[in-house]
Every structure is written in C-alpha cells, then in structure tokens.
Design a protein around this ligand. Structure first.
Ligand code: LP5
Ligand code: MN
Length: 241
C-alpha cells in the first residue's frame, strides 16, 4: 500500500484530457492507496463552493467516490484554489489542511505545503496572496452572485497576466533559506510541495543532517504522482490516453 501526492493539475472544463486522466487516477489508483494528498492547484481556478456546474460536480463526485471507499483524502489549497471551502470539504469528505502541515509518512515526519509561500522573492505575488486570503474579503466574495464573481475573476486574471512575464525564473522558484527555515521550524528532514512545476528531488545538507525536498510535477502533458510506501519515495508519471 502507498500514500499518493498530486498537485498542479489545473483542471477546468477546457481540459478534458487532463480531467479524464485525473478520473482514471482516482478510480483505479487512488482508490487502492492508504491516503491521497492534493497539494494545491487542483483547479485552474476555483471560484467558490457555490459552483454547481457539471465540471465542479464531476470533481466533487470523484472525491466523494474516493472517500466513500474509505481512502482518506487531504487537501492543501494552492494559489488557484484558495477559495475551496468547508462546503466543498463536507460534500466530498476531504479534509482541508492549513498552509503547512506536518504528516507522519510511515514513521518519517514530513512537511507538506503548496509551495507558493517558499518563493519569497516573488514579492508582488505574496502581497497579492495576502490580500485575497483576507477572511473578510473571502466572506464578501463568497456572497456575490456567480456571474459577477466570474467577471471579477476574469478582469483580475487579464490584468495580472502580463505581470508574470516580467518575472525571472529565479524569482518564481523557491528561496533555499526559506525552505531551510520552514523545515527547521517543523523539525523535519522531508518537505513535499508543488507550485513551481519543476518536478525534482533535491537533497541538501544542513547542520549535519541530510534533507530532502520533493517537488511535484504539473499535469500539463502527463499525470504526475509522488508514490510513497514504507521503503520508497518515487516521483512517477502517468501517460494521457
Ligand atoms: O499559478 P501561476 O503559476 O500561473 O501564477 C502564480 C501567481 N498568480 C496567481 C494568480 C492566480 O492564478 C489568478 C487569480 C485570480 C484572482 C481572482 C481573485 C478574486 C478575488 C477573491 C477575493 C477573495 O496566483 C503569480 C506568481 C506565480 O504563481 C509564481 O510561480 O508569480 O503571481 C502573479 O502573477 C500575481 C501578480 O504578481 C500580482 C499582481 C498584483 C495585482 C493586484 C490586483 C489586486 C487584486 C485585489 C483582489 C481583491
Ligand atoms: Mn500554484
């Protein structure tokens, strides 16, 4: 048996191939797992738990089926699905996690997070994140009619689209000192995150300890899954059919 980690699927009604690969993964693979962790950006954008579109219901259905089968499912919000809320969790049976969570992975402690907060050089993004994560603002946004919310989101998305093009790859990657600070704070030697879309296993030394940082891959051209069991941790891919 194994514990599975995924992130950065960026599912939307416009991604039928990815949605199909996701459904297949949930029904054939995740259902046999000890647990599933989704580390953010499952959605291309989640506008709110009041989304009752066929697409939103399709995703709800996949999680409900999984948790009904007895597989615990944990969800860390990403920068594209920070509006996933308690209603979605209740409807699907998933457990929402905080920004950073320490888990027990077959006896090894690991910190799991989306990864955006590790990119401390991306100052404009972090300021933006602080704004949209304000509880009162989310409370207000969640009460606006869906058609107005859609207009607000697409206006903001188009306003900030060019902003990302001005940032270097270095700015949009994690800051090593922040990685070390977070691992030290949680007293762990293993970190698992997504967000940067640079799947890799980084091994580095700090104060006589050997640390591992695993970066999950996105699902743009293939499925990407971290498979952990008692003995091994392996980044794997799944072909789109
Ligand atoms: O995901 P990716 O890799 O494409 O980009 C991210 C960062 N971008 C984002 C933006 C989201 O994808 C889209 C958000 C739509 C917002 C709708 C909000 C609705 C209101 C909700 C109120 C509760 O996350 C990108 C990072 C990149 O990761 C790093 O890899 O760089 O960050 C940006 O590009 C953001 C800009 O730098 C910020 C520009 C400031 C704009 C100010 C707008 C004020 C909005 C106030 C909201 C109330
Ligand atoms: Mn992200």
């Amino acid at each position: 048996m194994s514990t599975l980690f995924i992130s950065d699927l960026h599912l939307s009604p416009a991604t039928p191939t990815i949605n199909h690969c996701f459904a297949q993964f949930m029904r054939e693979e995740a259902v046999k797992a000890d647990a599933l962790y989704v580390l953010g950006d499952l959605f291309d954008f989640w506008i709110g738990d009041d989304d009752t579109s066929d697409f939103a219901n399709f995703v709800r259905g996949e999680f409900k089926q999984l948790t009904d089968a007895g597989v615990p499912c944990f969800f860390t919000k990403g920068n594209r699905d920070f509006l996933v809320g308690k209603r979605f969790a209740k409807q699907t049976g998933i457990t929402l996690l905080g920004d950073e969570t320490v888990i027990d992975l077959y006896g090894r402690k690991a910190v799991v997070l989306h990864g955006d907060t590790l990119c401390t050089q991306d100052v404009s993004y972090l300021k933006f994140r602080e704004k949209v994560n304000k509880k009162w603002l989310q409370w207000l946004f969640n009460r606006i009619p869906m058609f107005i919310k859609k207009k607000i989101v697409s206006k903001i998305q188009s306003d900030i689209r060019d902003d990302k093009k001005t940032k270097s790859l270095e700015i949009m990657d994690v800051t090593q000192s922040e990685v070390e600070r977070v691992m030290e704070m949680h007293q762990v030697d293993l970190m698992i995150h997504g967000h940067t879309h640079r799947p890799d296993v980084h091994i580095f030394e700090t104060n006589q300890s050997t640390n591992t940082r695993i970066v999950l891959g996105d699902w743009y051209t293939q499925g990407s899954v971290l498979v952990c069991d008692k003995k091994n941790i392996e980044l794997q891919t799944r072909p789109f059919l």
